[in-house]
Design a protein around this ligand. Structure first.
Ligand SMILES: Nc1ncnc2c1ncn2[C@@H]1O[C@H](COP(=O)(O)OP(=O)(O)OP(=O)(O)O)[C@@H](O)[C@H]1O
Length: 703
């Protein structure tokens, strides 16, 4: 027989291959190529391993063998690469099963338990069994999706460290379930939140390995190109291995708009990217761009574009319009209203502009510039109100002071004059552009068949109106990913009132791929005490949010003053070996502090690279920026400095405490979320510093 074979590669095997020397990796690649062409060619020496006729070995090179699982017909799964001498040792160590719940194929090399130090303690030492999961029967654990061959080991687990060791090689669902139970979630909760979402969509035949390998729960690669990338190490895991709960969302057909939430690093952006590719591939070929992939700002959009190309290639990129939402608004205005002002002002300047307007155009006013700026931005532009009548009837849920009709009349007059004053200078703000674009888009034809939105929590009502107008309501029309715990701009919306109905189509991701358990625990303390919404008038939380990654405990340290704190930064960098490869970032609450840090680094001869509005200027050096600038980025190590009371939250918001308590709460919450965003950009290590009184958001960590 000389048929071509299909060779899948098991996730764990691929990880092992990644660790091989260049030469051995090359040999594996060549083996794969030959094997696919003809698995029975004599040089490969394919033979069944004694004990199980589905397990086979084949020659990779003189002293290296591939371990394969014959799935049936001409399909094989590469499950390991071993030195020739150990291939025949203890063949019982390979356990493979089709998981009854997910229908995915699971392969476990039980030897990996024997050879690890902690593994030895798991089965070698006599530990009091049943300590961790004694409350559940075997049947219950199996029904949740725990791999049956691992039950004896699960019964021996005595502490979290051993559970974490097991997480390195156990199948995904087993790990997810055990950690959720370990973290105290109830059986029913775990069943509903973890097991049920990854249940096979079809009937599972546990003997049909070929059907199993095709199910999303099977962590395997097949694609030639992907393998070449893997061996060349320039390929990232997220491009192939989606968690089954991620894949489900990517591939599911929704009967309307859908929303995916989840804590930092749970792969929302990854899901949004895969979703865009999935949708693009469902559509007939063409030359237009039927899909919009959008996000909050320019550098996030640039990043999406790069990653979309890596994932789907130029062909997909040519069918997906990747643009940040303000640029989209600008395009619409240029197309339909060419006489609109050309100069766009940053919304940060709005209070200053109102001050100048009142001083130069109005004189004494009963209204403060701050009040008017906030009313105009949050209520008038925030709700995209375009008429006096609309403003009279507007709800003002996040504004403290009530306004009578006569007051509203005055505020509306002033707002109109303010807009005319700006316009006379050829200027308007980005928020105004969005509101105008929403009105223009509402009267123009739909441009897209699908819209995918990342960082959804930060979009304004006007942005949503634009998006709603650009895609006809229907199945899979809008797919939104975001986390309201990370909202750092003042845009709170109820999607339902904007014609976007996500009811019954919300899902949450819970497994962090970025941050260690230690960093995550510290970050969760920061947001504890805030209130978070679901973009639709309800509330949201991060229940079940967890990480399987381990790392050092975050460092929390205070200094007497800023000069001393700058010293802490330098010492911390030195402790980390002062990496200059762009793997470390320092972030602070204000631009002034960022400049100080840059100056200090330069004085120490450490190359400092500013994180600008479009991301870091360069890839190397130590990156420095404000906390806002860290949105959407990630680093191996992060120093969050200047986390002092008065800076986080900002001193200036205290004036609203009595004057406008709702606004005070909103502003405080934004600052809290900003600190949360900054802390959760760190993959492996985090250090948080302050001077004077620590930020109240640090809770127990400041002591
Ligand atoms: N299935 C996966 N396999 C491997 N890595 C993954 C997977 N999903 C996500 N990641 C990695 O986890 C990290 C975080 O992913 P991503 O940025 O999509 O998360 P997010 O939920 O959008 O985070 P945030 O809300 O903080 O912006 C990235 O480095 C990404 O490559």
């Amino acid at each position: 027989m000389s048929d071509r074979a299909t060779l899948h590669v098991f996730d764990q095997a691929e990880k092992e291959i990644m660790k091989l020397s260049r030469t051995d990796k090359g040999a594996v690649l060549e083996f794969m190529y030959k094997f696919r062409n003809n698995p029975d060619q004599p040089g490969l020496d394919l033979k069944t391993l004694h004990g199980d006729n589905r397990l086979m070995a084949a020659r990779v090179k003189r002293d290296v063998r591939a371990i394969l699982l014959h799935l049936g017909h001409s399909e094989y799964l590469l499950i390991g690469v071993e030195h020739r001498s150990s291939v025949y040792d203890d063949l019982d160590r390979y356990a493979y099963r089709v998981n009854r719940v997910t229908g995915g194929i699971e392969v476990m090399d039980l030897k990996s338990i024997d050879t690890r130090p902690v593994g030895v303690s798991i089965i070698g030492r006599h530990l009091p069994s049943g300590q961790l999961f004694g409350a559940y029967t075997d049947e219950q654990l199996i029904a949740l999706g725990v791999a049956e061959p691992l039950l004896p080991h699960v019964r021996q687990l005595a502490d979290e460290a051993q559970l974490l060791e097991m997480a390195e090689w156990a199948p995904q669902l087993t790990t997810d379930v055990l950690f959720a139970l370990f973290d105290g979630d109830t059986y029913d909760y775990v069943h509903d939140r973890i097991t049920q979402p990854v249940q096979a969509a079809d009937q599972v035949d546990v003997d049909d390995l070929r059907a199993a390998v095709k199910r999303p729960a099977s962590q395997v690669t097949t694609d030639d190109e992907a393998l070449r990338f893997i061996l060349g190490e320039s390929f990232e895991r997220w491009q192939i291995f989606l968690h089954p709960s991620q894949r489900r969302l990517v591939e599911r057909r929704f009967n309307g708009a859908a929303r995916v939430s989840g804590g930092p690093g749970t792969g929302k952006t990854i899901v949004a990217l895969h979703r865009a590719v999935h949708l693009a591939r469902q559509l007939p070929a063409g030359i237009d761009k039927p899909i919009l992939l959008t996000t909050f700002n320019r550098n996030l959009a640039a990043d999406l574009r790069t990653r979309l190309r890596a994932l789907g290639g130029d062909e997909v990129l040519s069918r997906v319009d990747v643009v940040h939402v303000d640029r989209l608004a600008d395009r619409i205005v240029s197309q339909y209203d060419p006489r609109a002002p050309k100069r766009k002002l940053d919304d940060i300047q709005v209070p200053q502009l109102w001050r100048k307007f009142l001083d130069t155009q109005i004189g004494a006013s009963t209204w403060s510039p701050e009040f008017l700026a906030a009313e105009w931005e949050q209520v008038i532009l925030g709700q995209a109100i375009t008429s006096r009548a609309g403003y009279f009837s507007a709800r003002r849920p996040h504004r403290g002071r009530a306004l009578a009709r006569a007051d509203r009349d005055q505020v509306w007059d002033l707002s109109e004059r303010f807009v005319r004053w700006l316009g006379a200078q050829g200027s308007w703000t980005w928020r105004q552009v969005a509101v105008r674009a929403a009105a223009l888009a509402a009267g123009s034809p739909c441009q897209y068949q699908h819209v995918v939105v990342d960082e959804a929590q930060d979009l304004s009502a006007a942005h949503w109106r634009i998006l709603r107008a650009l895609v006809p309501a229907g199945p899979d029309d809008m797919f939104l990913t975001g986390d309201s715990h990370q909202r750092i701009y003042d845009n709170q919306v109820r999607l339902g009132s904007l014609g976007i109905n996500i009811r019954g189509r919300s899902a949450r991701l819970t497994l962090s791929y970025r941050t260690t358990r230690q960093i995550l625990a510290a970050a969760l303390e920061i947001i504890d005490g805030g209130a978070y919404d679901d973009l639709d008038g309800g509330s949201d939380d991060l229940a079940g949010y967890r990480s399987l990654l381990q790392g050092a405990k975050p460092v929390f340290l205070g200094a007497a003053d800023w000069a001393e704190e700058s010293g802490l930064i330098i010492t911390q960098l030195a402790d980390w070996g002062t990496p200059r490869d762009g793997s470390v970032a320092i972030c602070v609450p204000t631009k002034k502090l960022a400049t100080d840090v840059m100056t200090r680094l330069e004085a120490e001869d450490i190359p400092a690279v500013e994180i600008g509005p479009n991301g870091p200027d360069r890839g190397d050096g130590v990156h420095v920026g404000t906390m806002h600038r860290l949105k959407g980025l990630e680093y191996q190590k992060i120093i969050v400095a200047g986390v002092s009371d008065g800076l986080v939250p900002r001193q200036m918001i205290n004036r609203y405490r009595d004057l406008d308590p709702k606004r005070y709460e909103n502003e405080r919450q934004r600052d809290r979320s900003l600190l949360f965003v900054a802390a959760t950009r760190a993959r492996d290590e985090l250090a948080v510093f302050w001077h004077g009184t620590p930020s109240p958001f640090l809770g127990r960590q400041r002591v």
